[in-house]
Design a protein around this ligand. Structure first.
Ligand code: HEC
Length: 225
């Protein structure tokens, strides 16, 4: 009968040797024991491989007749075009001056722009682009970390070009990060269309008030005449 001490000693040395073997494995990149080899070695056929499951023996099947392509060549072109402006002050100046939207202005793009704005931008810029999003509100209650963006219809932003809006999403601006990895070019241009409507908020009212004042003034003058 072995004493408790002996059993404990055997146990400890067994554990130690297990530990050491795992430390001295020859290939440091080896994933070790493969628990479910099917996960590593997928039985899927490669596109060029012969395939007995199909009558024609080919893995890469052509789409059935009448299949409608779900990509739009014109939009694909926009998404895959290189962005020629660099992330430098000069690149920014050039984009602000000459970068133009390749998208037609229509309600489809505008609606998509609003949907995407509500996903990516609303948290900081707010529902109407006034810089009062939920994240900003929380931060302002605690401390202003310089995270409050100016309103799109403020004097600072109401006149900025579509190229400048796009460029801000492409590379970020100050405390705002880039949205180039979350959105594709078409989506960014759609957001631009929506942001432009927010730049105009209040401008129509101001114009209307101006028009009313002019009307009143002219009717006054009619009376006076
Ligand atoms: C985490 C908060 C945050 C989010 C989310 C955010 N922004 Fe901003 N944005 C800012 C801040 C802060 C500024 C002011 C940066 C500065 O001028 O230093 C700013 C500035 C801007 C400007 C002005 C750029 C310029 O050249 O002055 C535009 C346009 C803009 N954002 C658009 C967007 C759009 C579109 C989205 C969504 C895709 C977005 N932002 C998402 C925080 C955010």
């Amino acid at each position: 009968m072995k004493s408790f001490k002996q059993i404990a000693l055997i146990g400890c040395s067994a554990l130690l040797s297990l530990g050491l073997t795992s430390c001295f494995q020859s290939d440091p990149n080896s994933p070790g024991y493969e628990y479910m080899p099917d996960m590593y070695y997928s039985p899927a056929y490669k596109p060029g491989e012969p395939n007995p499951n199909y009558e024609n023996g080919i893995t890469n099947q052509v789409p059935v007749e009448g299949t409608v392509a779900h990509t739009d060549e014109a939009l694909d072109k926009i998404n895959f075009a290189p962005f020629p402006y660099e992330d430098t002050p000069e690149g920014r100046e050039a984009a602000i001056a000459e970068l133009k939207s390749p998208l037609e202005r229509n309600s489809f793009h505008l609606d998509e722009g609003k949907r995407l704005y509500d996903v990516y931008c609303i948290a900081c810029h707010g529902k109407e682009g006034k810089g009062d999003g939920s994240v900003v509100k929380i931060l302002l209650e605690k401390d202003n970390y310089g995270l409050q963006p100016p309103a799109y219809n403020s004097d600072q932003l109401k006149g900025i070009s579509e190229g400048q809006i796009y460029y801000a999403m492409q590379y970020g601006k100050g405390n705002m990060g880039s949205y180039a990895s979350q959105t594709n070019a078409v989506e960014r241009w759609q957001i631009v269309q929506y942001v432009q409507t927010l730049q105009q908020l209040g401008a129509e009212e101001a114009e209307e008030t101006d028009a009313e004042t002019t009307e009143v003034a002219s009717s006054d003058s009619t009376v006076a005449n």
